[in-house]
Ligand binder design. Structure first.
Ligand code: SF4
Length: 208
C-alpha cells in the first residue's frame, strides 16, 4: 500500500508579547503601503506614526521606491536592528492595533502567483487549528497586501517627484524674497561649507 504523503496545512497564532524572537519586528524591511497611511490619517494617528516611517529611494537600477519603517538598534544586541515601532522593553509593537498590512499578513506572503512563508522562524507558525476558513482569510489578506504593495510601488515615484518639485519651487520663491545682502550671506555660508569639506582640518591630517 502506497503511503499517502501528508500535506502540511498552514495554521498560525501569534504569541504576541510572549514571543521569544519577534522576527516580525526584526526582519530587515517592514514595508508600509499608501493604504496604511490613508488608514492612519482617517484614524487621526498619522502624526504619531510619521516620525517612524521613511521613503526609501532606489539605490540601483533594480531597486524600487518603497515606504518602510525606520530602524533602531536592539538594546539586547546592538549589532542587530528592529522596526522603529517595536518596544523592546515590553516586547510589543507600539501600533499593534493598527499595524501595517505587511505585519498583519506576516509570515504569509503572496508573490503574485504563489503563497510563501517569508520567515520560517516565526514562532506562531503551526499554532492554532488549521481550518479552511482561516487559511482563506490568511490568503485573502496576503493577496490584499500584494495589491497594496504593488500600487504603492507604482504611485510612489510620481508622488515623490511632485513633492520634490514643490519643495524646489518653494525654496526658489523664498530666495526671491531675500535681499541681495541676505543672499550673499547664504552663498558665503554655503561656500564655507564646501571648502571645509574638501580641506584638511589640521596639518596633522595632511601628513597622512
Ligand atoms: S508574528 Fe511571529 S514572530 Fe511576530 S510576535 Fe507573532 S509569533 Fe512572534
Amino acid at each position: 500500500m502506497t503511503e499517502e504523503k501528508k500535506k502540511d496545512k498552514y495554521s498560525f497564532d501569534c504569541l504576541e508579547k510572549e514571543c521569544g524572537n519577534r522576527v516580525c519586528c526584526t526582519r530587515p524591511i517592514v514595508t508600509v503601503t499608501i493604504d496604511d497611511i490613508s488608514r492612519w490619517t482617517n484614524q487621526q494617528l498619522l502624526s504619531h506614526i510619521m516620525h517612524a516611517i521613511t521613503i526609501h529611494t532606489p539605490e540601483s537600477e533594480t531597486d524600487l521606491f518603497r515606504i518602510e519603517t525606520k530602524r533602531q538598534p536592539l538594546k539586547a544586541d546592538p549589532d542587530k536592528s528592529a522596526c522603529f515601532l517595536f518596544n523592546e522593553e515590553s516586547n510589543t509593537c507600539t501600533i499593534r492595533y493598527s499595524r501595517p498590512i505587511s505585519c498583519r499578513t506576516f509570515p504569509l506572503e503572496f508573490t503574485g502567483d504563489r503563497y510563501i512563508l517569508s520567515n520560517k522562524e516565526c514562532a506562531g507558525i503551526g499554532r492554532g487549528k488549521p481550518s479552511k476558513e482561516s487559511l482563506e482569510e490568511a490568503r485573502d489578506l496576503a493577496e490584499q497586501e500584494y495589491r497594496e504593495k504593488m500600487s504603492t510601488v507604482s504611485a510612489l515615484p510620481g508622488v515623490y517627484s511632485l513633492f520634490t518639485l514643490q519643495m524646489i519651487e518653494q525654496s526658489a520663491k523664498a530666495m526671491e524674497g531675500l535681499s541681495e545682502e541676505d543672499r550673499q550671506s547664504i552663498q558665503e555660508i554655503m561656500s564655507r561649507g564646501d571648502s571645509s569639506e574638501s580641506a584638511p582640518e589640521s596639518p596633522a591630517e595632511d601628513a597622512d
